[in-house]
Design a protein around this ligand. Structure first.
Ligand code: F6R
Length: 368
C-alpha cells in the first residue's frame, strides 16, 4: 500500500501535485470565479466579518501564519493567528462579526477543538479547514472547507500542509471576490495562477536529487537553522519542525530580520543555515535577505539557499543553491516547502529513523 515507496512519507510527498489539484477541483468556475458554497457561510455573513482569528497547532499553525499574509493582502481584513493551546487561556476578543478559522488535518486535535468550543461559546462564527470527512471538528463548526489530500499515514504532515495552503488561499481570494477589494484584477490573476500550481510542485519534485544528496551529507550535524521573511518565515518554521520531528535534530526557524537581534550569535564555522529567499519582484525584502546571507556566510555559515530559478544574485553566496519555480511571493510556500520536506525525510532516513513513526509522536493528538 506504500505504492513502491519505502515510506508513506515519501509517497505522500510525491502525491502533492495531485493533492493540490484535487483541493482546487470544482472550486474554480469556467469564468475564473471561485465557488465555495460548500463552506456553509453565506456571502452576506462574509460581508459582515470585521476580523479573522486563526487557531491551529503544529504544521497546521504554520499554514495559519501564511494565511495571515494572504487574508490581510487579498481580503483586506485584520487577521490574528494563534496556537490553539494558548487561545482560550487568554481573553480573546470575539464578537459575532469575528470569523474564527480552525485549521486541523485530522479534525481531532484536542487543543484546537477546545479553542473552537471556546470561540463558539463567545458567539463567533467558526469555520474549519479539515482533511478528514466525518471527524469531530467539521461537525462542531459552522462551516467547513475540506482539503482533498486523501489519507495521510505518515505522522509528519506533508501533502496535507500544501492542501491547507491551497484552502487558505481559496478562502482569502473568495472573501476578496465577495467583498470586492482594490485587488480585483489581482484576485482574478491569482486564481488562474493557483490552477497552475500542481505543475509547479511537480517540477520541484523532479529536481530533488541534489537536495537528497545534501541531506545525506548533513546527517552528522548537530543543528540546522532556517531563515525566511514574509511568508518565507513560516516556511522556515515548518522546515525546522520537520527536521526536529523526523531527524531528532536541533533545528530552529527565524525571521531573517531578527538575526541581528540575537540569533546571529549562533553562527559558527560550518553551521548549516537554510535560507528561503523571496522572489526578486519583492525587491526590498529580497535584497535584505541577500545581505543576511552574506553576513552569515562571512561568519562561517554553510549557506543552503532556496531561491526562484534564475535568481543570479544569490549565486556568489550560496554553498548550495536550490532553485524553485518563479511564482508570486504569497504562493511561494507551495514550492519552497517541498525541498524542506524532502531534506528532512532523507536526512532522517540516513540516520536510520522510521520517518512514518517518529518517536513520541502521534498522528492525531487527542489530549490537551
Ligand atoms: C507535524 C504534525 C503536527 C500536526 C499537529 C496538528 O508534522 O503533523 O504538528 O500538524 O499535531 O494536527 P492537526 O492538523 O491534525 O490538528
Amino acid at each position: 500500500e506504500k505504492g513502491g515507496y519505502d515510506y508513506f512519507m515519501l509517497k505522500e510527498i510525491a502525491e502533492q501535485p495531485r493533492a493540490v489539484a484535487d483541493t482546487l477541483l470544482g472550486r474554480i468556475g469556467s469564468d475564473g470565479r471561485l465557488h465555495l458554497d460548500e463552506m456553509r457561510i453565506t456571502d452576506q455573513q462574509l460581508r459582515e466579518i470585521d476580523k479573522i482569528i486563526i487557531i491551529a497547532c503544529g504544521t497546521s499553525y504554520h499554514a495559519g501564519l501564511i494565511a495571515k499574509y494572504a487574508i490581510e493582502h487579498w481580503a483586506g481584513l485584520p487577521c490574528e493567528v494563534e496556537v490553539a493551546s494558548e487561545f482560550r487561556y487568554r481573553d480573546p476578543i470575539l464578537t459575532r462579526s469575528t470569523l474564527v478559522i480552525a485549521i486541523s488535518q485530522s479534525g481531532e486535535s484536542m487543543d484546537t477543538l477546545m479553542a473552537v468550543r471556546h470561540a463558539r461559546e463567545q458567539k463567533a462564527r467558526v469555520l474549519c479547514i479539515c482533511n478528514v470527512n466525518g471527524s469531530t471538528m467539521p461537525r462542531e463548526c459552522d462551516g467547513v472547507l475540506y482539503t482533498h489530500a486523501g489519507p495521510e499515514v505518515g505522522v509528519a504532515a506533508t501533502k496535507t500542509f500544501l492542501t491547507q495552503l491551497v484552502a487558505v488561499y481559496l478562502i482569502a481570494l473568495y472573501i476578496a471576490q465577495v467583498r470586492g477589494t482594490k485587488w480585483g484584477d489581482e484576485v482574478f490573476a491569482m486564481v488562474q495562477l493557483l490552477a497552475t500550481m500542481p505543475e509547479k510542485v511537480e517540477k520541484v519534485l523532479e529536481t530533488m536529487e541534489p537536495v537528497r544528496e545534501l541531506a545525506r551529507s548533513l546527517a552528522g550535524e548537530r543543528s540546522v537553522l532556517f531563515l525566511g521573511r514574509h511568508v518565507g518565515f513560516p516556511v522556515a518554521l515548518e522546515g525546522a519542525l520537520k527536521l526536529k520531528e523526523l531527524a531528532y535534530m536541533h533545528a530552529e526557524g527565524f525571521a531573517a530580520g531578527e538575526l541581528k537581534h540575537g540569533p546571529i550569535a549562533l553562527i559558527e564555522e560550518g553551521l548549516p543555515v537554510i535560507v528561503v529567499v523571496p522572489p526578486r519582484a519583492r525587491e526590498v525584502l529580497h535584497d535584505k535577505i541577500v545581505s543576511n546571507i552574506q553576513e552569515i556566510r562571512a561568519r562561517g555559515a554553510r549557506t543552503i539557499v532556496i531561491a526562484e530559478e534564475g535568481d543570479d544574485t544569490v549565486v556568489p553566496y550560496s554553498d548550495t543553491l536550490i532553485e524553485v519555480p518563479a511564482v508570486p511571493t504569497l504562493l511561494q510556500p507551495l514550492v519552497a516547502t517541498v525541498p524542506l520536506q524532502v531534506f528532512s525525510c532523507e536526512l532522517a532516513t540516513a540516520k536510520g529513523h522510521d520517518v512514518d513513526q517518529p518517536r513520541n509522536l502521534a498522528k492525531s493528538v487527542t489530549v490537551e
